[in-house]
Unconditional design. Structure first.
Length: 69
């Protein structure tokens, strides 16, 4: 649970910080908590790996383009 909203659906302090980040809210919470708990460097590595698509998977339209070549 991200806990960016309270029971009245207002932004919490965490939600305000998450709104400033241009990443998925779950990854943003990881970044913020990494800074809070002073373990940001390993968290940056994990978040950067999770924020990109799997490099070994191709979308179907790209597979079709490669098959035509």
């Amino acid at each position: 649970m991200i806990e960016a909203l309270d029971e009245k659906e207002n932004l919490t302090n965490l939600g305000k910080y998450l709104s400033m980040l241009s990443v998925d809210p779950k990854l943003g919470k990881m970044l913020i908590m990494g800074a809070v708990y002073r373990c940001l460097h390993p968290i940056l590595t994990v978040v950067s790996a999770l924020s990109v698509l799997d490099p070994f998977l191709l979308p179907q339209d790209k597979k079709d383009e490669l098959a035509e070549k």
